[in-house]
Structure formats: C-alpha cells, structure tokens
Design a protein around this ligand. Structure first.
Ligand code: PLP
Length: 444
C-alpha cells in the first residue's frame, strides 16, 4: 500500500479516539524497530513517547514476536473458564513480582477495564459505594474509569458514576495547599485527604484510587511519606487502596511496580500497557489475599470473553523474562539518574522551563511563561490558538526526528526502556533545540 491509500482509507473509515474527525491527519506508520518508527516517505522518528507509554521493550522484539507465533500455533484461544498454561504462568509470575500479600490476577484487555474491575471488587468487599480519586489523573475511558479521571477528558461524560469523589493529590510545584517544601506538601495533602474522607463519611468509602506516580497529568512523583500515609489512612478506615499502575507498572520507573519504591502494599493493583508492550492487548488487577479470599465462596460478578487471552499472556511471560534476563530495571534506574542530570542542564539553558521532574524513564519538562509566577506556557486544557506555543514545540521535535509526548504545558520524556545511550542523548538534543521556541514566549 502507498501512504496515500493508507491515509485515504483511514480518513474515510477509521473513527479516531478523542478527536474531531475532520481535524486530524494521522501519520501513516510503515514500520518500526526498537525505539524508532517510520512513515512511508522514510521519515524516521525516535519515539520519546513509547507510543502511549506502552512500547516498553520497543518494536519488533524477536522474542516477543516468537512468543505470539508459537502460542498461536499451539492454542490461539481458550475461554476464560479453562485453565491454560500460559495464563497460569503469567499470573504466577506477576504475583511473584508484586508486593508480598498479593495473591491472584484477574486479566482484562486493558487499563480501563482493570480499573472498572478493581473498583467493583472494592465495592463488593467493603459493602460501600464511594470511590475517591485525585484531580490531575487519568484512569481510562469506560464509564467508571472516566468518572474517576481527574482531568478534562471526564467532563463530556458527566454525570458519571455515582459516588465518584475527587480530591487534591500532592503537586509541590503547583501546591493546592500553599506548601513550600515536598515534606510540607506531603503532610498537607494527607491532612486534606483525611478531611475529605471525614466529610464524605469513612463508612461510605470503598476505595481510594491513585496513580502511584501520576503519568499523563504531570509525572507527579509522590513526595516522601505520602503513599505510606494514604496506606495508613485506608487501613484505619477499612478503605481499599487501589494503585493504578497501568502506566508505571512493569519497569517504567525502574521497579516491577512503582509502589515498591515506597514499600507500600496496595489492596489492588491495576496494570496494562507495559505488561507486554502492547504486542497483544492485556491488562489486569492484582488482588490481595484478603480480597481474593472474599471471593472464595461467593461468585465474582464480572468477566470478559478475552480475559487472559493466551496470545497476550504468552507475550507477558516472555516480556517478564526479557526484563529480567536483560537486567532492564536496573538500567532504567541508571538512565533515570542520567536523565535527571541532563534535564537539569537543559532547564538551566531555557527560561521557559519551570521544573523538570520524574523517575526512571518517565519525566516531565513543565513549561512556563514566567519562572517567578509559574504562569503555564499555555493555559490549562488549551485548544486552538491558545495552544500554539506547545504545537510549535511539538512540531519542532518531530522535524528533528523525535516523536514527543506533550500534554497541556508539558513535554514528557518516556522512551522505550531499551533505548540506547546515544539515542537518548540525540532525543534530548532535539528537545533542547525545540525549547528555544518555548523561550520566545518567556517573559520572566
Ligand atoms: N490508567 C492510567 C494511569 C493510564 O495512563 C491509562 C491509559 O493511558 C489507563 C488507565 C487506561 O488504559 P487503557 O487505555 O488501556 O484502557
């Protein structure tokens, strides 16, 4: 097929996510390998967004491809009610790598369904109906998950799930609590949450859902003591702690699960994306022994035709083996330190950079017009003309051969975990050059 045919059929027949259908022009992707993909004209892009922060082992990984082929030849599909070797193996391997006390895995096709099911489990387990989640979060686009989401993508779907309540999580750079240090932010954010729980009625709250490290909505790494504090609050009130690790699980921030960086054990962990780099759709809920036991003698009222799809599970098994054998997690932690240094250098050169923050291979460069006032480079949820500065920065990245991840007034760095040192440096050099455009708007 030519680029023209692909684009023509796409424009004519494909209905795209989150878009006004007549206002988009999707790049026709012709192929991809490792951290790079290319179009039909031969333009190559170093993928600094890992597609949707899920191509963790990059494109075309031979072992993942073989895992699909071998499994397809052996058993492409069996209904979820059967015991299937790769499904059992994937579940066992996931539980073995999760925090102690986690016992079973319920498989889904992706992240939103994982969150839907985690919430269902929490509600049934506690006999309560409210679910608290943070502003500045994304949890998926199905009815429940979008209701939990704390950003503008929720608005058109309102009114949402009854009992969904939002609160402020920590965000030291733009503190909702006028905190002046990370410690103060942690303490005040916990006090705020405690008050929200009190005012909502603790006996009505089934779950608190958190992105362990907030991804798309800012790369917000929880300040010291915060996660532990939320864990304690949940335990005190019999509330289920659900950590949404759809974006950060399976190595993105240098740990199997981000909650392990703070030694916190949630009651339910949701995952998807990085579990198998999206070679075949897969997500799921990792369930504590208590919750799994609760459904020991009462039926769990939920299921999916493709729960634990053998092809997806076969890739997940191989994916975990590769992460381990190629020592990817320690490498991500080392690259995280390299990025911290490089991004700090870049920040110094550009008056438009307000803050850089992140962990492992997930970083945000927050752009401002004025470092003093911290006025964002573009307004919250900017569209059209208002978003022009960010549109220009992103275009400059693409012209430089790097596919960026942008959200509101931020440029994110989230390449595949297998990115080579020289590729990372090349991508950062392109970001560095593109930031000169943002500097044109900086007045502070
Ligand atoms: N949770 C988080 C933190 C996410 O980043 C996403 C997707 O970006 C989801 C949930 C939803 O996952 P999916 O798109 O697979 O339904």
């Amino acid at each position: 097929m030519t680029a023209r045919q692909v684009t023509d059929d796409d424009r004519r027949y494909v209905f795209h996510s989150w878009s006004a259908q007549d206002h988009i022009s999707p790049v026709p992707v012709a192929g991809a390998e490792g951290s790079t993909f290319w179009d039909y004209e031969g333009n190559r892009y170093l993928d600094f967004s890992s597609q949707l922060v899920n191509s963790n082992l990059g494109h075309g990984h031979p072992r993942l491809i073989s895992a699909i082929g071998d499994q397809a030849a052996r058993l492409a599909y069996a209904a979820p009610s059967f015991a299937v070797d790769v499904r059992s193996e994937a579940a066992r391997m996931i539980v073995e790598r999760a925090p102690e006390g986690m016992a079973k895995v319920f498989f889904t096709n992706g992240g939103a369904e994982a969150n839907e099911n985690a919430v269902r489990m929490a509600k049934l387990f506690t006999g309560r109906h409210k679910v608290l989640s943070t502003y500045r979060s994304y949890h998926g686009a199905t009815t429940g998950a979008i209701s939990l989401t704390g950003e503008p993508r929720r608005w058109p779907s309102e009114p949402g799930l009854p009992g969904a309540v939002h609160f402020f999580g920590p965000y030291p750079y733009r503190s909702a609590f006028s905190a002046t240090s990370a410690e103060e932010e942690s303490e005040r954010a916990l006090r705020h949450l405690d008050e929200v729980v009190t005012l909502e009625g603790p006996h009505t709250v089934a779950a608190i859902v958190l992105e362990t490290v907030v991804g798309t909505n800012g790369v917000l790494v929880p300040p010291p003591g915060y996660l532990r504090g939320v864990r304690e609050l949940c335990t005190r009130h019999g509330i289920q702690l659900i950590c949404d690790e759809v974006m950060v699980g399976f190595g993105r921030v240098g740990h199997w699960f981000a909650c392990q960086a703070w030694d916190v054990r949630p009651d339910l962990i949701t995952f998807a994306k990085g579990v198998n780099s999206g070679y075949v759709p897969l997500g799921g809920v990792i369930i504590s022994a208590e919750v799994a036991g609760f459904f020991g003698d009462r039926a769990y009222p939920g299921g999916l035709t493709y729960s634990g799809h053998p092809l997806a599970c076969a890739v997940a098994v191989e994916h975990m083996k590769v992460l381990e054998e190629e020592r990817i997690l320690p490498r991500v932690r080392a690259l995280g330190e390299r990025l911290a240094t490089r991004l700090a250098e870049i920040a110094q050169r550009h008056p438009s950079v307000g803050e850089v923050r992140g962990m492992g291979l997930m970083w945000a460069i927050e752009l401002v017009r004025d470092r003093e006032t911290r006025e964002p480079l573009v307004p919250y949820n900017a569209a059209g003309q208002d978003s022009e500065p960010m549109t220009r920065v992103a275009a400059a990245c693409r012209e430089g051969g790097v596919w960026p991840f942008t959200h509101f007034n931020r440029l994110h760095v989230a390449p595949p975990l297998i990115i080579e040192d020289d590729e990372l440096d090349r991508g950062l050099a392109v970001y560095d050059a593109a930031l000169k455009i943002a500097d044109e708007y900086a007045t502070g």
